[in-house]
Write a protein that binds this ligand. Structure first.
Ligand code: FES
Ligand code: FES
Length: 164
């Protein structure tokens, strides 16, 4: 019988990445994270734990945040992927990016793309009503440098709740 799928099956996948259609031929097991970094040279999305525990790989899929290390690229056929490289428009940083700079929301910067993508989604989700809510809905994004207070301050400012 020829109906078994071998472990190394390759697939043609079309992703819409940061507004552009990208056609890829991929091993069916390739994650969205590896497709972005290794196939599309979009290395802004970081690989931390590669097992869903740190949030460094967060991107938006059809506007919702996902952990790209736990998402197969093949699942994203025809869908809209936004990575950190896609946030700026017309040469201007996204307001969340600007706020992270203003508030020193990073130190080594490794977790920062994931933090920013999560923050953008959190704001869209309407989850920035209080510092506690921000902390809760950013809790999947770990920062080994401990930049949390500044990250919360940056998000609070973009949410229009002041900057102190
Ligand atoms: S690299 Fe995906 S959650 Fe850590
Ligand atoms: S800024 Fe270094 S891990 Fe967050």
């Amino acid at each position: 019988m020829e109906n078994t799928v071998s472990a190394d099956t390759y697939l043609d996948v079309m992703l819409r990445v940061n507004g552009s259609a990208r056609r890829l031929r991929l091993d069916s097991r390739v994650t969205l994270l590896d497709a972005l970094r290794d196939e599309l040279d979009l290395t802004g999305t970081k690989k931390g734990c590669d097992q869903g525990a740190c949030g460094a790989c967060t991107v938006l899929l059809d506007g919702k945040r996902v952990l790209s290390c736990l998402t197969l690229a093949a699942q994203c056929e025809g869908r809209e992927v936004t990575s950190i490289e896609g946030l700026a428009t017309d040469g201007r940083l996204h307001p969340v990016q600007e706020a992270f700079i203003r508030h020193d929301g990073f130190q080594c910067g490794y977790c920062t793309p994931g933090q920013i993508m999560s923050a953008v989604a959190l704001l869209q989700e309407g989850r920035a009503g209080s510092d506690e809510e921000i902390r809760e809905f950013m809790s999947g994004n770990l920062c080994r440098c401990g930049a949390y207070p500044n990250i919360v301050a940056a998000i609070r400012e973009v949410a229009g709740r002041g900057s102190d």
